[in-house]
Design a protein around this ligand. Sequence first.
Ligand code: PGA
Length: 247
Amino acid sequence: MWPKIGPVLVAGNWKMFKGPHEARAFATRIRHLPERLPGVDIVVCPPYVSLHTTVQGLGEGSLVKVYAQNVHWGLEGPFTGEVSAPMLAELGVSGAIVGHSERRQLFAETDETVRFRAEAALDAGLFVIACVGETEAEREAEETEAVLARQVGVLPHHERLVVAYEPVWAIGTGRTATPEMAQEAHAFIKSLHDAPVLYGGSVKPENALVLLSQPDVDGALVGGASLDPVSFEAICQAGAESVAAAA
Ligand code: PGA
């Protein structure tokens, strides 16, 4: 169903951390990690200014992929502060995150702009991680499924698109969805969209294996715990253990 991804995808979202030097050192350190962890696709998502040194640090043969944290829908034009999908591809970047809740909440991203960004990235040959997830207030008001249906409903169907379920109340808070909550949301998303679904929200080495062992959890989008190479490697290792256990 998703020929170029999986069985498990672990993506580190570095957010606004790691300038070019630090990113290169991290990349150099993890460049051979996938060879030790069969079945785990490993992605890092540096800030724009660090994409180039990350690609360089990984070097030609590395199986680790580099994604941007966002992408504009135009090819070029008067869009100050934006970066297009062909520009990313030219740098050796393989994909982009779209619709992260921080973009939605702090930078006025809408379902419509998320769709535009996803379509442009796919058109340029990039992979896409499209983020969805409810806020705490929406969960308490029992609107989780309605919110997910709205956010997932706009996403294109494409073999290079994966969805990331990131309950907003679990991001950067240390509060993780229980494995049962994650499984329930992932199954719901998969009833709407034929795509792998990553879980994101306070994933760390201690909880990664139980989350990744849920039948409909196909990987993890990791923020804070991806910044330290030791904890990032431990989460990737948990991915390999979940693959081995499922075999
Ligand atoms: P977190 O972030 O792991 O720090 O909660 C996840 C994300 O925002 O992608």
